[in-house]
Design a protein. Structure first.
Length: 356
């Protein structure tokens, strides 16, 4: 039994419900407050999620006056930055939903706020807790592939454009690249040890989101629904990153790691963010023969979202570092930021990440 961890939740949309339900499954956790800028929404959320100890707030700064250990930031993307910085400055540990922020500058400020406060800033990439994703990372880190020089990652939905806040530039900041693309980036970068990105050359489009034929809120669609980027990473690695909310195709292909000694192919039919890993194959030469080794994928019943929440709580209880540290995820945000800048300018851009 650990000490009781007191939690606040900022934002009360769908993802906040997943946080609340997860916290309720853990011993020694109390949700003491919920904040949402829309009048009455926090109160309704507390009633619906059955959080008897929680108080409702319209101003997150009022919530931060409570004696809390940690905060879940579940707002639209545009508010991740301000609410996280305010919570860290108020001395609270922070678990923010992905993407980390809207711009690189915001992500840097968040990481600096965590460093100043000495508090945890962790980012909600629950696929990290899939045992098969962990296996992929172990294989890549083992050196079995030799020197890795090329990585291809991403994924797509044939029709899968979300609505509401996800398609508004002022609330989301970006579209598919940030929404589901950040998951694919985290998978590849985490397996590689999160090398720094150096340059990005990218293209984005929104032919489907802006068409009433394919999307019911076409008149409100302001972000990209497709993107592809060539990213140079430190260590001489080239990353081909592609993502789609909608397309006339069934898949954008598997995630691949090409090395001088072997190659690894990872298929995720439903996307890293949704369906998880369905197959892992190692390609290499053995005794002069080209061989394909199918690595067994574990069928598991791990609730990866619950594991994400649990890891945050345990880190608070035991004084551990951030499970998925914001200081590293700044590099993920830097790529998304670079993609948008490159696509807008029509040429390759350099990525410069300030010291945290």
């Amino acid at each position: 039994m650990g000490r009781t961890v007191r939690i606040g939740i900022i934002g009360s949309g769908g993802i906040a419900g997943a946080h609340a339900r997860s916290y309720k499954q853990l011993p020694d956790v109390e949700v003491l407050g919920v904040a949402d800028v829309i009048p009455g929404k926090a109160e309704e959320f507390i009633r619906r999620q059955e959080l008897p100890l929680a108080k409702p707030f319209e101003d997150h700064n009022r919530l931060l006056e409570l004696d809390l250990d940690g905060v879940s930031v579940c707002t639209p993307n545009v508010a991740h930055h301000r609410t996280s910085v305010d919570a860290l400055t108020a001395g609270k540990h922070v678990l923010t939903e992905k993407p980390m922020a809207v711009t690189l500058e915001q992500a840097v400020e968040m990481a600096r706020a965590a460093k100043r406060s000495g508090k945890i800033l962790t980012v909600g990439f629950q696929p990290r807790y899939d045992p098969n994703m962990q296996m992929v990372r172990r294989i890549v880190q083992s050196g079995e592939l030799g020197r890795i020089y090329y990585v291809e990652t991403g994924g797509g939905r044939r029709r899968g454009i979300p609505g509401g806040t996800f398609v508004r530039k002022d609330l989301a900041g970006a579209g598919a690249m940030a929404d589901i693309g950040c998951y694919s980036l985290d998978m590849a970068l985490n397996a590689l040890g999160y090398p720094k990105p150096l340059t990005v050359s990218a293209y984005t489009s929104n032919y489907f989101g802006t068409s009433p034929k394919y999307f019911r809120e076409a008149d409100k669609f302001e972000v990209e629904d497709f993107g592809v980027a060539l990213v140079r990473l430190e260590g001489g690695i080239t990353l081909n990153f592609k993502i789609s909310w909608a397309m006339h195709m069934d898949t954008l292909g598997a995630t691949m790691f090409l090395g001088t000694d072997a190659g690894l192919k990872v298929t995720c039919p439903g996307g890293v963010w949704d369906g998880g890993v369905s197959s892992v194959t190692l390609y290499r030469d053995m005794v002069g023969q080209q061989t394909d080794t199918v690595i067994p994928v574990r069928r598991h019943d791990v609730n990866i979202f619950l594991e994400k929440i649990k890891d945050f709580v345990v880190a608070i209880q035991e004084g551990k570092p951030a499970p998925i540290p914001g200081e590293l995820i700044v590099r993920n945000q830097a790529i998304v930021d670079g993609v948008l800048r490159s696509a807008a300018s029509g040429h390759e851009v350099a990525i410069e990440i300030p010291e945290i």
